[in-house]
Design a protein around this ligand. Structure first.
Ligand SMILES: *Cc1c(COP(=O)(O)O)cnc(C)c1O
Length: 481
């Protein structure tokens, strides 16, 4: 019997409703909601029509049902999916930066479920200021007389520049015209804030005279930006906070520091590299210091602005402050995080960022040992699994040259030929797991640094590796599960 022509095949495709009435899809609609299953059925039928028009055979009814079920599950699955971070980078911007303390998570959940006194003065029953929620804590921790908070540090910088220097000149060292990944480039931010950038010095050396000579009647502000993701070494010179603040103040100008990473405690007490602290810049005379909430502080995404009452009052009055204000969820998490610091009590246990950064190498090695065999079995005979010493990054622009001693399970393709592609394929298979696993490729090997593999992640990883089928034909990567 000759095969039916495309026209006939198209006519025989089931209607959407008939597909939806198939028992497996009717059951799935009960589980996921009809909308996702219907959208999937429409998409699968459209794909089948296209395929038939270009000469392929029509799928069977059962194949359409199966494809629709798969597509419906994909439509219904969250895009903001949890991942297992085996990159070794603790504050990974692309993986959501800081993990929050349990206290912060509970505070956010409570603020979502209940009304909160966000801008409500309970003593006077009048309107309050949402900054008050964290004001005392931030003042206590940084020694700043005044504070305000916005949505992120990039916003804090734009706002401070707009409030203190719009349409006027801002002096910055050429060595500090930084780009911090994504779209944060200091020269662009200056322009967006309506300021005129005046560059002084050279890439590697800037001296006090350079700043002094650049001051004109149009100057509004001197800014220092912390090098957050690179280092200038060798024949270098930069001007310290105290000197810069004095130069600015002699000319009647404010001095601002964008610190970026923003630790509020001296991390060297925990054996970590020393980061500059906002309290140090303030003590040296800075009028404004900005830093992130979700980098070393280990809190929610936020931009913290601390400084003198005069500078902070101008910043709070600017209309952009309203546009950049934090939500109650941010404030709930930030308050709880700052309160942990204020308590001074068991910080590394309560703050996950600090816990991960200070995790002992022996503990990381033990985590590697717990998962090595399961990873070896998952990778299959075409890869060798070993445990090796490596170095983790702090991440998000905290001291880029400093690395923390760590350990990784390293998966190495058995064959040198095609090793690059083999290692990419294995990395892709790990990313296709129900809870995707993200590692790091270096030297044609896949490095799974276990610094951020906590015990709950470890259990989840072992469970899904156990459920994944071993790959026999490594040339045809397939989705597990
Ligand atoms: C990270 C960083 C920023 C941007 O902060 P976000 O919190 O990402 O908005 C700005 N300046 C410096 C120096 C930084 O390190």
């Amino acid at each position: 019997m000759p095969l039916p022509g495309p026209g006939e095949q198209l006519a025989h495709l089931p209607a959407v409703d008939r597909l939806l009435n198939a028992p497996p899809l009717a059951a799935l609609a009960q589980e996921l909601g009809t909308a996702f299953v219907k959208r999937a059925a429409q998409a699968e039928l459209a794909a089948a029509r296209e395929a038939i028009k270009s000469g392929s055979a029509a799928p069977t009814f059962d194949a359409l049902v199966a494809a629709t079920a798969t597509a419906a599950r994909i439509f219904a699955a969250p895009r903001l999916t949890s991942v297992i971070n085996l990159t070794g980078t603790v504050i990974h911007t692309n993986l959501g930066r800081a993990l929050l303390a349990d206290e912060a998570i509970d505070a956010v959940a409570a603020a979502m479920r209940q009304y909160v006194a966000l801008e409500y003065d309970l003593a006077g029953a009048g309107r309050g200021d949402r900054d008050d929620i964290v004001e005392d804590l931030l003042r206590e921790l940084t020694g700043a007389p005044a504070v305000t908070v916005v949505n992120n540090n990039a916003g804090a910088v734009v706002l401070a520049l707009a409030a203190l220097a719009a349409r006027r000149e801002v002096i910055v060292s050429r060595g500090e015209l930084i780009e911090i990944g994504g779209a944060f480039r200091l020269p662009d931010i200056m322009e967006a804030a309506g300021c005129k950038l005046v560059e002084v010095g050279t890439t590697n050396r800037t001296h006090p005279r350079d700043y002094e000579d650049a001051i004109t009647p149009k100057t509004a502000l001197i800014v220092k930006a912390h090098w957050s993701n690179y280092a200038i070494t060798g024949f270098t010179a930069a001007v310290d906070d105290q000197t810069l603040a004095a130069i600015a103040h002699r000319a009647g100008l404010p001095y601002m520091v964008d610190l970026g990473a923003g630790a509020v405690i001296d991390l060297s007490h925990y054996g970590l590299p020393r980061e500059p602290l906002p309290q140090e810049s303030l003590a040296a005379g800075a009028d404004v210091v900005t830093f992130s909430g979700d980098k070393l502080l280990g809190g929610p995404q936020a931009g913290l602005i601390v400084g003198t009452p005069a500078a902070i009052a101008k910043i709070k009055k600017h209309p952009l402050k309203r546009a950049l204000r934090c939500s109650k969820l941010t404030l709930a998490a930030l308050e709880a995080t700052l309160r942990i610091y204020a308590s001074g009590h068991r910080l590394p246990e309560r703050l996950p960022v600090l816990a991960l950064l200070t995790r002992p190498a022996a503990d990381i090695r033990a985590a590697c040992e717990h998962v090595q065999a399961a990873l070896a079995a998952f990778a299959g005979k075409d890869y060798a699994a070993s445990i090796e010493a490596c170095a983790s990054q702090i991440g998000s622009g905290s001291l880029p040259v400093e690395r923390l001693p760590s350990f990784a399970v390293v998966l190495t393709p058995a064959q040198a030929k095609g090793a690059g592609r083999a290692v990419e394929r294995l990395a892709a298979r790990l990313r296709e797991l129900p809870t995707p696993v993200v590692g790091r490729i270096a030297g044609q090997r896949l490095w799974l640094d276990c610094r951020c593999l906590r015990s709950d992640d470890e259990a989840a990883l072992l469970q899904q590796l156990a459920m994944a089928k071993p790959i026999t034909d490594h040339r045809s990567p397939v989705t597990q599960c």
